[in-house]
Design a binder for this molecule. Structure first.
Ligand code: FAD
Length: 461
């Protein structure tokens, strides 16, 4: 049994930086990773998708730049080159992470699958063969999630793509049927539509982006439909089979009506599940919830002292910046004597469709449900000077404010660089800058942020 000060399971967005911090503090660290250093974000999440979104936007611009008075005589999408560029970006990031772990004399990087064998003992089934037994006083679980695949008749037989396997394609599929209507479905849907695929989205709930306000989700729906994406709410796949031409024949329930449609590929984007099963947590007594997410307190410690869970595997908002923030809370508490918690931390996020949806704080729906005394400001992007000048007038800016204190409670910015504009509002929220100050704040003209004046002007009474 090898002794360590620290064992980290999963080289994701929390695990990697934590390994380095712990090692720098003089601790002997075992980092266990079963797949690829860097986890989902770098290998099959944020990095590759956003690299491809950039290619998709270039295709979109090539197709419409005549609106700006620039004429291109045709263009061609080169998927092998798009893939090559993307893979190079991923490889650069992954190898940098790998090297920083390998070069650290206090870190042992073990490539293999970890599972608990006892209270603070872990077995690693090494990818190269054989096993190792490890023990440590502190264990950090950062094992993330994986795509969930619904149980639909014929799905296994006809085959399907997930957000991971779709990255293997080096051609443009003819017609992708996407199961799911959240951000992974929409980012991939718009991206492949712009590359030239026909896209059909089936969302089980009444509408896509179920967590967002109705007006925001409706606007996203409209934008995607205008680009030629077919979106069906209240809809599900019933059965899949291959037709006589070898194409996939899908029997679908579209809003109560059973229909058949052909597609060349199926993309499953119906959510993700925690990778807790293989961890054999019962051997150590760490509790999970009914969905398998590890239960933690607001300092990310499990019910077993000295065992922590960080990132997606503990449930809640599943974003890279949240996993990274978990890491900062844990190391500052354990190594720097802080007493930080996850309570009340902001949870901004951005959906990288084009235009982007930048979101922070509560929605209007949530605020009304809580019975808060609010005011709501909405400004269409077609009334934003910057948007008109650059020809990106789709979307809207929306903010929810406290009618009494004038504090900003939440915002949704659906527009070009919506994530950046949202971050300006997040800074205001964190600094307690009220909407009446932003209404008169001097911003450089003509930036998108300048239009925050106009957004909050809507609240002038
Ligand atoms: C298509 C897609 C796009 C995304 N885009 C964004 C985005 O734009 N912005 C954003 O903020 N978030 C995005 N995300 C979410 C983001 O990738 C995750 O929230 C983030 O990676 C979570 O990090 P983590 O550290 O919790 O886990 P992960 O990054 O998933 O890392 C977990 C690691 O643990 C390893 N592991 C699991 N079990 C074991 C075991 N038993 N033994 C050893 N190793 C194990 C896994 O192989 C993996 O490498 C996206 C996700 C997807 C799928």
């Amino acid at each position: 049994m090898k002794q360590y000060d620290v064992i980290i399971i999963g080289s994701g967005q929390a695990g990697n930086p934590l390994a380095r911090k712990m090692a720098k503090a003089g601790k002997k660290v075992a980092m266990i990773e079963k797949r690829l250093v860097g986890g989902t974000c770098i290998n099959d999440g944020c990095t590759p998708t956003k690299a491809m979104v950039a290619s998709a936007r270039a295709a979109y611009l090539a197709g419409r730049c005549n609106n700006l008075g620039v004429h291109i005589d045709g263009y061609r999408v080169d998927m092998p080159q798009i893939k090559k560029r993307r893979d190079a970006i991923v490889e650069h990031s992954r190898s940098g992470n790998e090297k920083s772990l390998q070069d650290d004399p206090n870190i042992d990087l073990l490539m293999g699958e970890a599972s608990f064998t006892g209270h603070k003992t872990v077995q690693v089934k090494l990818n190269a063969g054989g096993t190792e037994e490890l023990q440590a006083g502190q264990i950090f679980i950062d094992a993330g999630t994986q795509p969930t695949v619904p149980d639909v008749e014929g799905l296994q037989e006809v085959g399907y793509l997930t957000s991971t396997t779709i990255l293997d394609l080096d051609y443009v599929p003819e017609h992708i049927l996407i199961i799911g209507g959240n951000y992974i479905a929409l980012e991939y849907g718009q991206m492949f539509r712009r590359f030239g695929s026909q896209i059909t989205i089936l969302e089980r709930g009444p509408r896509i982006m179920s967590h967002e306000d109705d007006d925001v989700a409706t606007e996203i729906h409209k934008i995607l439909e205008e680009e030629g994406i077919a979106i069906h709410g209240n809809s599900q796949a019933v059965r899949f089979e291959k037709d006589s031409n070898g194409k996939i024949l899908a029997t679908v329930n579209l809003n109560g009506k059973q229909e058949e449609l052909n597609c060349s590929h199926i993309l499953i984007a119906a959510g993700r599940v925690p990778q807790t099963k293989v961890l054999n947590l019962q051997a150590t007594g760490v509790e999970v919830d009914e969905k398998g997410y590890i239960k933690v307190d607001d300092q990310l410690q499990t019910n077993m002292p000295g065992i922590y869970a960080l990132g997606d595997i503990k449930g809640g908002p599943a974003f890279t910046h949240i996993a990274y923030n978990d890491f900062t809370i844990v190391y500052r508490n354990l190594l720097e004597g802080d007493n930080l918690t996850t309570a009340g931390r902001p949870v901004p996020y951005c959906m990288f469709t084009d235009p982007q949806l930048g979101r922070v704080g509560i929605t209007e729906t949530e605020a009304r449900k809580q019975g808060l005394n609010i005011k709501v400001a909405v400004l269409k992007m077609e009334n934003v000077a910057r948007a008109v000048e650059v020809g990106e007038t789709r979307g809207l800016m929306k903010a929810v404010v406290d009618a009494d204190t004038k504090q900003i409670l939440g915002a949704a910015i659906l527009g070009e660089e919506g994530g950046e504009i949202m971050s300006v509002l997040q800074m205001a929220m964190e600094g307690g800058i009220t909407h009446d100050r932003i209404r008169y704040c001097v911003f450089a003209h003509p930036t998108y942020s300048e239009s925050l004046n106009n957004l909050f002007m809507k609240l002038d009474s």
